[in-house]
Design a protein around this ligand. Structure first.
Ligand code: SF4
Length: 417
């Protein structure tokens, strides 16, 4: 359920079915042009579609003129409540201005900003924060915080419509993940305008990423949300961009660069996988295509779990195997696994994105895999297959549990019933 309406922030379409746009915000003093531009270039490199800069002072709005001219991506001026700065930011050429109509000092001042935005064709992001709701909604905020947020947002939307302005997107920010989900679900049903999603003040890189993945991921999976920002307590804004991309890639909403699949490891691990995965992740950053690369810690399941991967490795004590789309390519000493993996990827590129297979090496690898694979291990996949077979033999219907006592991994419970 993408928003019906679409706006353009500079060249970036937002809403109306456009790809979900990734935003972040610079953490520098905006007036510090050198540092601000350096951070903007870093976030653009990391994949930000749009960047927002705080404009709380006159010197920031001065700097904004240069920033919008030199930035490789569209720039949103973050104003919040000073209507004079909002006017100046529009004059400075900001590609969008963020303000909270409830804090701008009355309808006349909002109308003045809208008139200037119309004149310049500048879109606005109008926002509601759980911490700064209009006074008449304070009681409702206590009894029903979600309805209070949505009511405030709808009132601002109606104000925009009365002023005959529709070139805007809407955000509702709450520090509560359940309230973020519930309020955006409600708002998406009530208005046709694009929605900006974020969990405000989400926290550190670890907890903030998780909260954002749960909150934004839930909404995006429902088709709600047209642009996202991950708010993390770090000076490195590019980290926010990377997290945003991981969420979009996980939901298959957008593609950017390779996808790394790695097993969680367990007691069967046969080689130093942590450092291998870290090295592969680092080297994959040089590639732009969404190739899937899988790393399995042992050959217990063969390579079946990673049969969709474009390339993968599975290791044992001294030797490992490189494979592509579930088919062995070659076996190599563990110490050379990573180099050989990238040699295969580069060979694939050189051959016009076609796998180049040496049949002799592939047969050798397949033989090695067969000797390493442990057909006695009762993995979840094999248990499921046994269950299916037992169910089939019993004539289908309700799932039949296998006899766990007969399982070589007694003590483990697994059922798909
Ligand atoms: S691939 Fe091997 S090491 Fe990795 S989690 Fe599965 S069984 Fe464990």
């Amino acid at each position: 359920m993408a928003s019906e309406r679409q706006i353009h922030v500079g060249t970036v379409p937002v809403g109306g079915g456009a790809p979900v746009a990734v935003q972040t915000m610079t953490k520098t003093e905006t007036a510090n042009l050198g540092e601000t531009m350096a951070q903007i270039r870093r976030v653009a490199e990391a994949g930000a579609d749009i960047v927002r800069c705080a404009v709380p002072r006159e010197q920031d709005v001065e700097a904004l003129k240069t920033i919008v001219r030199e930035s490789p991506i569209p720039v949103i001026a973050d104003i919040h409540f000073n209507h004079t700065l909002a006017l100046k930011a529009i004059d400075a050429g900001a590609h969008c201005v963020r303000l909270n109509p409830g804090n701008i000092g009355g309808t006349d001042k909002v109308a003045e900003v809208i008139a200037r935005a119309k004149e310049h064709g500048t879109p606005l992001r109008i926002g509601v924060n759980s911490g700064s709701l209009p006074k008449h909604l304070r009681d409702l905020e206590f009894s029903d915080p979600v309805e209070a947020l949505v009511t405030a947002a709808v009132e601002f939307v109606e104000l925009m419509e009365r002023l005959e302005f529709t070139n805007f997107k809407v955000s509702m920010k709450s520090t509560s993940v359940p309230n973020t989900i519930a309020s955006n679900r409600l708002l998406a049903q009530r208005i046709p305008y694009p929605l900006h999603l974020g969990v405000t003040e989400a926290g550190t890189k670890w907890s903030g990423s998780l909260k954002s993945a749960v909150g934004l991921g839930t909404l995006l999976a429902d088709g709600i949300g047209d642009t996202i920002r991950i708010s993390l307590s770090t000076f490195h804004a590019e980290e926010e961009v990377k997290v945003a991309w991981e969420i979009l890639k996980a939901l298959k909403l957008r593609e950017r660069g390779p996808v790394l699949i790695a097993c969680p490891t367990c007691g069967r691990l046969q080689f130093d996988m942590d450092s291998v995965v870290a090295e592969i992740e680092r080297r994959l950053e040089a590639y732009a295509d969404p190739i899937e690369v899988s790393v399995l810690g042992c050959a217990v399941n063969g390579i079946g779990e990673a049969r969709h991967a474009d390339f993968g490795i599975t290791g044992a004590k001294d030797m490992g195997m490189i494979y592509s789309k579930g088919e062995p390519l070659k076996k190599v000493p563990t110490a050379q696994l990573v180099d050989e993996l990238f040699a295969e990827i580069d060979r694939w590129y050189a051959a016009g994105k076609t796998v180049v297979r040496d049949e002799h090496q592939a047969a050798e690898a397949a033989q090695w895999l067969a000797s390493e694979e442990d057909a006695t291990q009762m993995t979840p996949e094999r248990l499921a297959a046994l269950e299916d077979a037992a169910n089939e033999a019993a004539g289908g219907g309700d799932a039949v549990l296998i006899d766990e006592q007969a399982s070589p991994t007694s003590g483990r419970r697994f059922t798909r019933a």
